[in-house]
Design a protein around this ligand. Structure first.
Ligand SMILES: Cc1cc2nc3c(=O)[nH]c(=O)nc-3n(C[C@H](O)[C@H](O)[C@H](O)COP(=O)(O)OP(=O)(O)OC[C@H]3O[C@@H](n4cnc5c(N)ncnc54)[C@H](O)[C@@H]3O)c2cc1C
Length: 337
């Protein structure tokens, strides 16, 4: 698919929508093969769901909590591009069984961005051309290439190929705005499997004593709580805890105010941990497209007749490492043809 001369691949221009782990992976792997790549990102900075919010004393990881590095190719990729922007989190992990008792999770190496989750995507993005605050609204055919049109009516390109790494609902909208009906139909089923998640971060001036730093809960409101301050490089005056609501509760409260949501989540936190103290500060964030529950995990999609690829966690296991696997699989496929 990429023309070759005897010496070097002909430089091809590729546009990527989204600068989360999938978009950055695709960009850096393609750049390693001398392709010219531009990433378009609707938010102010890179990272996507590897997100942190600024709070008193630093920041809290409001999206992805940690990631694994099981794939040796992911380890090699991070060594090449991420520098010292991440490190191991040796927090104590536990899960609650139906009786309400807690059990330790098996030991596994877990990693976080240092001093916040976004450090890693910031690190990766230094070698990528990221055009932030640019929401791509449609793709417009220009001879055999693509122009990227943003919501302000600005056009960019032309590009020889496009990789979309947005969550499925946003990818579907992009394709239907571009009259790529077959592509939007193709991912419709994935759209229906995306689950929301309410996240609330709470601050306690007085550190809490808990047997675990990260806990998977059996609770109708909360599925996960973690002591953000136990991660490396975080400010340790007081404690920030991150609470994630269950998909079902988040769906039922999709339109509830952040104040009411945080109050209900704090009450559930007190019940789960036995803590009676009230937090001194809190902040909530609603993720409309948090995780995928789809059983269909093709890894990636490549539409040869359009030169359009799709990558993202929702095509490959639904986690940070899945986003890497998806994007690296797509790039390998594109380069192999
Ligand atoms: C609450 C929560 C907790 C999680 N916990 C964990 C965890 O502990 N461990 C783990 O491994 N994973 C976790 N995850 C999942 C993890 O965050 C994702 O798997 C991973 O970050 C997905 O990366 P991605 O690049 O596929 O997508 P994203 O990070 O979503 O990146 C997509 C990017 O596309 C951009 N975009 C979308 N539409 C457009 C457009 N039209 N134009 C321009 N830009 C666009 C978005 O702004 C975004 O930056 C969690 C996720 C959430 C929400």
């Amino acid at each position: 698919m990429f023309n070759q001369t005897d010496q070097m691949p002909v430089i091809r221009r590729i546009a990527i929508v989204g600068s989360g782990m999938a978009g950055l992976t695709a960009a850096l792997l393609l750049r390693e093969q001398h392709h010219e790549v531009t990433i378009f990102e609707k938010s102010r900075g890179p990272g996507g769901r590897m997100a942190a919010k600024r709070v008193k004393g630093g920041s809290v990881d409001i999206g992805a909590q940690y990631f694994t590095i099981r794939n040796p190719a992911f380890s090699a990729f991070l060594s090449r591009h991420a520098g010292d922007s991440f490190g191991p989190w040796s927090g104590r992990f536990g899960y609650q069984i139906s009786s309400g008792q807690w059990e330790p999770f098996p030991q596994e190496a877990r990693y976080v961005g240092v001093p916040r989750m976004t450090a890693i995507t910031r690190g990766l993005s230094t070698a990528a051309d990221v055009q932030a605050q640019t929401r791509i609204d449609s793709l417009v055919r220009h001879d055999r290439q693509w122009l990227m049109k943003d919501t302000e009516g600005e056009s960019y390109g032309p590009f020889d190929a496009v990789i979309v790494t947005a969550p499925p609902a946003q990818a579907r909208d992009l394709f239907s705005n571009s009259t790529l009906t077959a592509l939007s139909d193709d991912i419709q089923d994935h759209v229906s499997h995306i689950q929301p998640c309410w996240a609330t971060a709470v601050y306690f001036q007085q550190a809490l004593e808990q047997p675990y730093d990260a806990m998977r809960c059996q609770n109708p409101v909360l599925e996960w709580i973690a002591n953000n301050t136990s991660k490396p490089g975080r400010d340790d005056s007081g404690q920030w805890w991150v609470l994630h609501a269950t998909p079902q509760w988040s769906r039922e409260h999709e339109n509830t105010s952040a104040d009411k949501v945080s109050a209900a989540m704090v009450e559930a936190f007190q019940k789960v941990t036995g803590v009676s103290a009230c937090p001194d500060e809190w902040i909530s964030h609603r993720w409309l497209y948090a995780k995928s529950s789809s059983a269909e995990q093709p890894g990636f999609r490549w539409y040869d007749e359009h030169c359009i690829g799709l990558a993202g966690d929702w095509l490959s296991g639904g986690r940070v490492e899945g986003a890497f696997d998806s994007a690296s699989g797509l790039v390998a496929h594109m380069l192999a043809d």
